[in-house]
Structures are given as C-alpha cells and as structure tokens.
Write a protein that binds this ligand. Structure first.
Ligand SMILES: Cc1cc2nc3c(=O)[nH]c(=O)nc-3n(C[C@H](O)[C@H](O)[C@H](O)COP(=O)(O)O)c2cc1C
Ligand code: SF4
Length: 663
C-alpha cells in the first residue's frame, strides 16, 4: 500500500472540474502524490555564501509549497563537495556536511507545514560549477564554449567514486532533514549530463566510451541513493531528452532515450524530462518558443520507460499539461518560472481564480541574475525573493491616513501602483487619455517573437485593480485644470515616456513617425525604414517591420543593440536581427534627415548616408509634463515608470509596486 503523507480532497474545487487530470493522484515509488503538480527545483542565490539556508530561502519555499496544493515541492539543488567544485551559484545550498542538516530541515518543515510533499535535489553543477574556486571537475578536459564558465579538469577514477559517495551521503542528510523525495539533477550541462554526453565525456575507462559506459556514474549514483532511501522514499532523476548539441557531436536523441532506460533499470522511480544545455546554441525556454513546444519529448520518453514522466519547459497554463496527462503523454506537470512569477499559480487554478495569475513573460532575467552572482529577482513579480520581508507586503493604512490618489496613466507602472495603494485602503483614481488599459504595452505586445504574452501583465493588473476597488477614468486626459479641480492628496505620474526629437535638420519631416503609431497600425510606413533607437522598443519595431518584408536599418546611440534586454534573452534578438536582414549601426546617431534618407554620424566622426523613406522614432526621454502643475499645488507627487526614466516593463512594474507600498 503506497504511503499518503497528507489527505487532500479536490472534488469541490472548480479547477478540479476544469482540469480533472491535474488533480488526480499518482503513485511514484511507494508514495502517493495527491495531484500532478510539481514546483521544480529552482536555484535562487538567496542562501548564505557558505551554503547555509537563510530565512529568505525558507520563506521563498514556504509560499511555493502553498502553491502546489498538496503536490511536489522541490528545493534547489544542493552541492555536495567540500572543495566546492560542484557549486554553480554563490548562494547555492550545500549538503557536504551534517552541519547543513538543521537549515535543510527548516525547508522540509516549511513545505510540510503547507501539506505538500518535500522534494530535495542533489546537483553537482559540473561544467557550470566552480563558481567560488579556480577550476572545476568533469569527466574530461574539454574547453568551455561560454566564457563565463571556469576551466574543467578530468576527474580520476578515484575522484569519480568519491563524487558518487558524496551524492549518497548528501542524500542521507536530506532524508535526515525530513525530505520525502530525493531527486538527482542531470540537466543542462551539470556533472551527470557531462558524463552522459559524447560532447564532454571522452574517457576510455569504465566511466566513458559508449553510452552505457558514459552512463556508469549515473547508474552508480542512482543505485547508491536508492539504497539509502529504502523502499519508502522515491528517487527520481532529471535527464536530458535531447541535448540540442548536434553541432558539437553531443548525444543523439536515441542515446538520450537509452540513458532513460538505464536510469529506470538502476531503480529510478521517475524521470523529469528536460532538454537543452547551457552550451547549446538552440533556444529552449525564452518567450519566442511557443508554449507546449516540447511536450512531444515527454511523449517520446513515455514510449521508452514505464516510470512516471514529469516535465516543465514553457508550460505556463494548465490546459496543455492537463490534456497531455489525459492523453497519456505526461504524468506530472512541473513548473519553475511560472511559480517564480506567481508562487500560488496552481492554487489559483484549483480555486477557479485563473484570471488572478500573474504570468511569467519568459524573459529569463531570473536566470541572468544567477549567473551574475546576484540574488534572484523576477521581472514581473516585485515580491519575488522578498517573501521574508514584511515591508514588501501591502500594509493597510489607518482610517485617518487614507488618501485620495490620482494616478495619471493606465500603463504597467500606473496600474501596479493603483491596485497596491488601493489594497492598502486609499481611494485610487486612474486616468488615461486612451479608452483602454495597458499604456504602451498595447503597442509593445504587437512585436513578434512572443511579445503578445506581455499583455498578461495588463490582464492581471486589471483584475487586481477591479478587486481592490480602483476607479477608472478612461478617455480622460489629465490637465492642470483637472488637477486643480480634483485636488487629490497624492498624484502619481505614470504617463509613459516622451519620444525624442531626431537631432539635426529634418526632424520635423512628415516621414518621421513614432514607434507606437507604427506598432498600433496608425502610421504609414514605406518599404525602406530607419528605426532610430537601438534598445528594446527599437528592436521590437524593427522586427515587426522586417516581418512585413520591409528593409530595415537600426541606428542607435548605445554601444550594442539591446542594452536594456537581459543577456539571457538578448542573444535571441541578435540572431533574429540577422535572420531578418536588419542592419544595426550602434554607437552612432542620426545627423540629419534629407530627401534621400538620413546621414549617420558615428561616435568617432565618420558620416555616411542610409537611404530610407520612413524614420521610426523609438528613442525616449523622461516625461516632464504635469510635474510643475502638481508641485505648484503642494500635492504629494511621485513619478514612476518610463515617465521617470525610460526603461522597460519590469522597471515600470517594480516602480509601481514600491510606490504603491509607500503612499
Ligand atoms: C532561476 C532558475 C533556477 C533553476 N534552478 C534549478 C535547479 O536548482 N535545479 C534544476 O534541476 N533545475 C533548475 N532550473 C530549471 C527549472 O527547474 C526548469 O526545468 C526550467 O526552468 C524549465 O521550466 P519552466 O519553463 O517552467 O521555467 C532552474 C531554472 C531557473 C529559471
Ligand atoms: S524573471 Fe522573467 S523568466 Fe524569470 S520568472 Fe520572472 S518573468 Fe519569468
């Protein structure tokens, strides 16, 4: 009889009716999991730099445990070697000594406190490791493809056996700390995948050679960990179903499926199906990859093994995993980023509150920060990584301190500020000259490669505002007179940026149009276009126009295009610019606009012409309008989002949230 840790009855919940396959139990090993939901292991860089668990990490995990409503909740992968070669992140939790057990126990207890199943992950980061030391360990000495990673040196046979034992010892510590499931991470270029891959394993001894030999260390780890776990604690492994490393002679998909079979034979109770490597040149989880794109890999995995298959990777909404599970192509829906962005995401689905989900926009800022040794944050969720900090939660104001707040602009900054301040008890009025909510997101979401997902931010904010009782005054332009008439206690200017005037002669010509009008379909654009401004708005509109078959040139002052896009996504845009034939002139400016097009002036004084019939302005400046009017009345004033300094959606949301907490 399989063990059931906590009783859950979902039958009366709307989500269980809408998504019946997600809320039915499954057995993994000898454990019954009440539903098909898993928060996948997520490094957050929130722990102490010596590997000890912090309160920030415990509270981060507690909230995700609440989110899985009785399902599996995994803590980040721990590193296991005292030499720290396996450590991939400065704030990664450690488990190479018993001294770490009390901290680990705090996480297991927090997860159990939410009646969820506590998962513990073993993760030697291999080629991605050695973050605090000079060099790391690997099956073979193969040069790194990405400069950010340290050199890796071949392990001796004895060192491999020691590494296997470290996994076993660390598993024992996890069990002692109270975890219910042990998982071995063999994904995206970490040590186990380094052994499995023909790209990085060139050994000729028992740990190398053919795919069976390359799987030997994985098999020993699974067998060793199984032995200490006994029959009641399931052991799973995350394994690559397709490395996407064909250009460097990595494993074939057939070889990857063989590793699944070896893992099953070695005793794994489930496999988490992953794909891609840090060093792969193919995108896997960025916004340009359609949701559900990779489900076929879970299906293929199920055709090769009999143990349950779990999978994440761009499954941000419940419909696709529900269907895949119903069709027998998947067993458990894993989530990482969708629960970074909204820790209570599956709980809201269960309770029929899907419209309250704050969706991840797949920008990969969370990852980019980890690789820069910074604590994780989320582009779209300002509270992420501050779960332990009560100053980050809206606090109700006293009756006497309630204010009338006028928010000018219903874009992402204004709406965020509106619902947060309304939740605190203020009377909030949002004005916008347009008839719609969303501000510049309405246009930005027209750009190709997945940007339509940016609208999920507005959809969420709208619901939050409605619930908090925000008053909307759409189609109403705020003027000095209106401010004088209303005389609110506080004005928040979230008016968005102003678009800069092209320097030099010709800036007033009729063929100079604005990025918003172009994306909104209001401006006429010829066949040869110059986009002025090489940040994200410029890149977005350049791609939008190139997709229509126009010849587009990007001209901008920043040294490289996409300065404001985080590096984990920027490389995608660089490829798309090339694929769409867009020429980018960076570190330069427009000198003049003439009958034939423009003259470009480079930073070192060169001049050259670029022929075009239309110039699209995407350069932005801070918006000074209404500031003086508000200050003149002695009204409390805040300026947020692009009106303060033109930046990006994330800055708008974070500004709005923080000022919403302060008013
Ligand atoms: C910030 C971040 C940290 C991660 N840390 C881990 C980790 O510690 N162990 C692991 O096996 N996978 C880790 N992953 C991979 C995720 O668990 C997941 O497989 C991947 O993000 C794809 O799922 P998603 O599309 O739901 O985000 C991490 C991913 C992100 C974005
Ligand atoms: S930072 Fe970006 S990718 Fe990461 S969870 Fe937040 S929205 Fe998603």
């Amino acid at each position: 009889m399989a063990k059931l840790l906590f009783e859950w009855d979902y039958s009366s919940y709307p989500g269980a009716k809408a998504y019946p396959h997600l809320f039915k139990p499954i057995q993994i090993g000898n454990l019954t999991v009440p539903n098909r939901i898993k928060y996948a292991a997520t490094e957050d860089n929130l722990n102490d730099h010596n590997g000890f668990i912090t309160d920030a990490d415990v509270e981060y995990m507690r909230l995700r445990a609440e989110g899985v409503v009785g399902g599996l909740c995994f803590m980040q992968g721990v590193y296991m070697d005292p030499a720290r070669k396996g450590q991939g992140y400065v704030g990664q939790a450690a488990a190479w000594d018993d001294k770490y057990i009390p901290g680990l126990k705090k996480i297991a207890d927090a997860i159990h406190g939410e009646k969820a199943i506590a998962g513990y992950q073993l993760m030697d980061c291999g080629r991605v490791g050695a973050v605090e030391v000079e060099s790391g360990h690997a099956p073979s000495t193969v040069p790194q493809r990405l400069r950010v990673f340290k050199p890796m040196f071949e392990m001796t046979n004895a060192e491999i056996k020691e590494m296997v034992q470290q996994h076993v010892d660390a598993a024992k510590r996890g069990i002692e700390a109270g975890f219910d499931v042990i998982e071995i991470s063999g994904i995206v270029g970490y040590l186990i995948s380094n052994f499995l891959s023909s790209y990085t394993n060139r050994r000729t001894d028992e740990y190398g050679g053919d795919i069976r030999g390359r799987s030997q260390s994985m098999i020993e780890i699974i067998q060793g960990v199984k032995e200490v776990c006994g029959p009641d604690i399931p052991v799973g492994i995350r394994l690559c179903s397709d490395e996407l490393l064909s250009d460097v002679r990595g494993n074939t998909p057939e070889e990857s499926m063989q590793t699944y079979q070896f893992a099953e034979e070695a005793g794994a109770d489930y496999i988490s199906c992953t794909l891609g490597w840090q060093e792969s040149i193919f995108p896997v989880i960025s916004r340009d990859i359609p949701q559900g794109n990779w489900l076929f890999l879970a299906k293929r995995a199920k055709e090769h093994v009999n143990i349950p298959i779990q999978m994440a990777y761009r499954l941000f909404t419940p419909d696709k995993p529900n269907k895949a599970i119903g069709d027998g192509e998947l067993d458990i829906w894993e989530m990482c980023r969708s629960m970074i962005a909204d820790p209570l995401m599956p709980k809201k689905v269960l309770e029929g509150r899907e419209d309250e989900v704050r969706h991840c926009v797949a920008c990969n800022l969370c990852l980019a920060r980890l690789f820069r040794d910074a604590p994780m944050t989320c582009y779209i969720n300002p509270r992420c990584a501050h779960e332990h900090d009560e100053t980050f939660y809206p606090k109700s104001v006293e009756e006497d301190d309630r204010k009338e707040v006028m928010i000018v602009g219903a874009g992402p900054a204004g709406l965020e500020c509106a619902y947060v301040s309304a939740q605190r008890g203020h009377e909030v009025h949002v004005y916008d000259k347009r008839d719609e909510l969303g501000g510049t997101i309405l246009e930005a979401s027209q750009a190709p490669y997945g940007d339509e997902e940016l609208m999920t931010c507005t959809n969420y904010q709208k619901v939050m505002c409605e619930q908090a009782g925000v008053h909307f005054h759409l189609g109403t332009e705020v003027t000095e007179e209106l401010i004088q008439d209303e005389l609110p206690d506080t004005v928040v200017l979230a008016t968005g940026p102003v678009y800069a005037k092209v320097p030099g002669p010709g800036g007033d010509r009729d063929n100079v149009v604005n990025v918003l009008d172009v994306l909104g379909g209001k401006a006429e654009v010829g066949e040869k276009v110059v986009v002025w401004g090489n940040r994200k708005p410029g890149i977005g509109v350049a791609l939008f126009l190139a997709k229509q078959g126009k010849k587009v040139t990007l001209v901008g002052k920043d040294k490289s295009a996409g300065f404001d896009v985080n590096p984990s996504f920027k490389w995608r845009y660089m490829i798309y610019l090339r694929q769409n034939g867009i020429m980018a002139y960076n570190d330069c400016n427009i000198e003049e606009i003439n009958d034939d097009g423009i003259t470009v002036k480079t930073y070192d004084g060169y001049h050259f012409p670029v022929a075009c019939d239309t110039i699209v302005v995407s350069e932005r400046e801070a918006n000074e309008s209404l500031k003086k009017a508000v200050q003149g009345e002695g009204i409390e004033l805040f300026v947020i989002g692009d009106a303060l300094v033109p930046r990006n959606l994330s800055s708008a949301v974070h500004d709005g949230y923080r000022i919403g907490l302060r008013i």
